[in-house]
Design a protein around this ligand. Sequence first.
Ligand SMILES: [Zn+2]
Length: 112
Amino acid sequence: MSLVSAILESLEKMVDENGWSSVKSVTLRVGAMRQVIPDVMKFAFEVSVKGTPMEGAELAIISVPIKFSCRGCGAHWGEEELGYLCPSCGGMEVDMEQGMELELESLEVQER
Ligand SMILES: [Zn+2]
């Protein structure tokens, strides 16, 4: 679970810099392309925060669906449709607009 350790690293830095005594809850936005299973991630988080200021913090995960856009015609669509081909012009020049997120949405902390 390298995703979890990457998140913990940046959280620990924030806790250090701000002098918070503990973190109560953490909300993440995670894109569907990350293929994160929320329960697995929560478990990994729980185990990894033992002995840190994040111990006991609740992890909430907001799942961000995959969305594509077409460079050719500018159409937008989601993963439930055709996927990597533009459904309106059939073009293959396609960008992923969202779905790769791994962002901190919000944080609830205990200040000293
Ligand atoms: Zn198109």
